[in-house]
Design a protein around this ligand. Sequence first.
Ligand SMILES: *Cc1c(COP(=O)(O)O)cnc(C)c1O
Length: 433
Amino acid sequence: MTADIPEIKALKDRKPIFWINPTLHSAADALAGLPLGQDDMSAAERRLAWFAPLLAALFPELGKTGGIIESAVVPVPAMQAALAPNLPGRIWIKADHDLPVSGSVKARGGIYEVLLFAENLAREKGLLASGEDASRLADDEVRNLFGKYTVAVGSTGNLGLSIGTMAAALGFKAVVHMSADAKDWKKHRLRNRGVTVVEHDADYGRAVQAGRLEAAKDPNAYFVDDENSEALFLGYSVAARRLQIQFRDLGVAVDRDHPLFVYLPCGVGGAPGGIAFGLKQVFGDRVHCFFAEPVQAPCMLLALATGAIAPVADLGLTLTTEADGLAVGRASERVVGLIRNLVSGIFTVPDTDLFCHLGMLFNQEAIRIESSAAAGFGGPARLIQTSSGRDYLEKQRLTDRLDGATHLIWSTGGRLVPADEFNGFLRRRDASA
Ligand SMILES: *Cc1c(COP(=O)(O)O)cnc(C)c1O
């Protein structure tokens, strides 16, 4: 099936590639055919605004934003000088590594889905009237109801942190099925919050499967299905309009002469997919979204390049990567269907690059991120330097507009990484230097 696709050989050989999506459509065409649109994104935004007072009450760290979970857009001039000194345009990072509450991009989608479930449950049981505000969900009567329900999820770590933290804060029982890749500190942190952590000696797909089966046996259990969730996807998409406002406030133009290139680490696809979907709604053809995957786990590239959703094990790959958040063997079918015509391309990254870029960001900008979050940093140089990247720029008529370009690297996690863990990342960098 796949043998005659040239990229497949490179994937099998674990050679980093920069792949351009031949089925990229114009934003208008790509979005017109989808079952989700602007209205769904706006509804998710409104719901998060409605929940904000509740979140501010549950998490004091959200006081200063009034309960909105958001990250900054920051320029990284020293990093740019070290990483890609001749790059035309300017590199920024979208600092989701610093998102409050759960310290990763999963705070967007994961928390949104738990809130949605909580709201629906309270309404269904007659404990939340229309017009009431969200702080009602913190009342004892409602918490007692939530205490009879379990929120479960399968995760490589960060989704579990996000779902477990939010579910426990609302009074739900929370169960997180962790894959073998999950870091111990993430498990400890959850257990300290009263979350049940079930450890699986298996990959992410199997941990999700186990969680799904167990939750199906319990009528009072709700399973957050990372492989198939509209709520997660929409929760992630909300980043886009907020980014538009941030760019406007910063005076960063996105238009014909100022293209926006965005580099997003990808696991099962929900986070980068939801964000890319939102960005296309907001910026249309002016934004170009590239996903980054480990050379050992290019599940989205495999799905988009072959048109079939297969496990990367079919290529002889083993998911052996320190990018725990990206160690996913099979892409989400739902996400593939939503993004296949709006992603510009995908590139693959060896672990040595992750640690190199993570260390560079720390040295140049004193910013601490986790290994998965470093996957996007090689993107700008590879877009400009690889032949596939240059072809893309030609075809999109961008070659003479690069001086005005914005390169936005989405740094997806890191805030909660303990200091000794982070020092371990730096040692990995030194070991491979
Ligand atoms: C989960 C995760 C991603 C990717 O999100 P998916 O929805 O799995 O594609 C990227 N970076 C970090 C740090 C993550 O935890």
